[in-house]
Design a protein around this ligand. Structure first.
Ligand code: TTP
Ligand code: CA
Length: 352
């Protein structure tokens, strides 16, 4: 039985602020730009559930939030502090996992297939993780449990806030049945619109779509969309970004969705990584590409390479990962290229 969990912190930035500002109590609170008495520009990054009762949401103009509730507590963003809290949380979660993949500052997938032998056990295990994050860090989270990444992520959406939701393999079909395509993990607003125009409004309808037609319209992604609509997703949990690896990252001068500019950044990073590998006299088997978008969400993509690693293979593979997975609805802010599963030139495994 494959058991995947997605653990996501509730209203993360504000939850962090609550740790150091107990005076927030049960008042509505917002992290974002300064509202300047309703004249401020910029957006709400997130808000607690009390503020959500006033219709305030992430991404909303801060001026609109102010209009909805001028008496809420408005706090500036402090990425450094949220990263510190995030690290503490991930350190709590990691030991529970056979495989651990942090997907963003407040979310991680874990594979617990071998640790768990029944769904009941999975639920108890998730409860343990939930309680330990709360007792050690003081932050509430929600956990989705399912047979793959897609279902666990979507189950987690249903679990929010502060809940655990399990979707068994045999429940997947019913779970997806009447769902709007826009609610499916990985489908953004523009794609949902396109799908609806093509006659696929619900996940059910998309599940029955003709794959060739979908590939004509969406490229290889079309095939994946239909698989996902059927609840099928065989993506692995990609192990940690940091360990036993070499990596280079690059923040773009301006957030962009220009493929050629991103291609150039990948070439630059690929060449730098190859230089590092040559200096250390190691070759790699696994390549990982990290895309961080303007809204600070991240996409981490990985591929194992069979042939010996050279710079052309590295760059071509990284570009392919980019082309096949990029979310064109968002602009890219930062790119990272990492190589792992390193072997020294004599063929011995090397741990870095
Ligand atoms: P999310 O996990 O999407 O949201 P959340 O943790 O605030 O709320 P939820 O309880 O629904 O999970 O995002 C994590 C953090 O990323 C969030 O606390 C703030 C930041 N963020 C932005 O900066 N801009 C955005 O548009 C979103 C959605 C999040
Ligand atoms: Ca969250």
């Amino acid at each position: 039985m494959r058991t995947i969990m997605l653990i996501d912190m509730d209203y993360f930035y504000v939850a962090c602020e609550e740790l150091r500002h107990p005076e927030i109590g049960d008042k509505p609170a917002i992290v974002g730009t300064d509202p300047k008495g309703g004249q401020g520009r910029g957006v709400v990054m997130t808000c607690n559930y009390k503020a959500r009762e006033f219709g305030i949401r992430s991404g909303m103009p801060i001026s609109a939030a102010y209009k909805a509730n001028p008496n809420a507590i408005y706090l500036p963003v402090d990425f450094k502090y949220y990263d510190e809290v995030s690290k503490k949380i991930m350190d709590v979660i990691r030991p529970f996992a056979e495989k651990f993949e942090q997907v963003s500052v407040d979310e991680a997938f874990i594979d617990v297939s071998k640790k768990i032998s029944s769904y009941e056990e999975a639920q108890d295990y998730a409860k343990k993780i939930h309680d330990e994050v709360l007792s050690k860090v003081g932050i509430k989270c929600s956990i989705g449990i399912g047979p793959n990444k897609l279902i666990s992520k979507m189950a987690c959406e249903k679990a929010k806030p502060n809940g655990i939701k399990l979707v068994r393999e045999e429940e997947v079909k019913a779970f997806l049945a009447d769902m709007d395509v826009g609610k499916m993990y990985g489908i953004g607003g523009k794609t949902a619109e396109r799908l609806k125009k093509m006659g696929y409004s619900t996940v059910d309808q998309l599940a029955k779509a003709n794959k060739m037609k979908m590939i004509e319209n969406f490229g290889v992604w079309g095939n994946e969309l239909v698989n996902n609509a059927n609840g099928v997703d065989d993506r692995e949990i990609v192990e940690n970004w940091e360990v036993k690896s070499m990596s280079r990252e690059f923040t773009l001068e301006k957030n962009t969705s220009d493929d050629s500019e991103i291609g150039k950044a990948i070439e630059y990073l690929g060449n730098e990584v190859i230089k590092d590998l040559t200096t250390q006299q190691v070759s790699f088997r696994t390549l990982t590409l990290k895309l961080r978008y303007g809204d600070f969400t991240e996409h981490i993509l990985s591929k194992s390479i069979r042939v010996n690693s050279d710079v052309t293979t590295l760059i071509d593979t990284a570009k392919k990962l980019y082309r096949e997975n990029v979310n064109h609805e968002k602009k890219v802010r930062k790119i990272g290229v990492r190589v792992s599963n390193l072997t020294n030139f004599k063929g011995q495994k090397k741990i870095i």
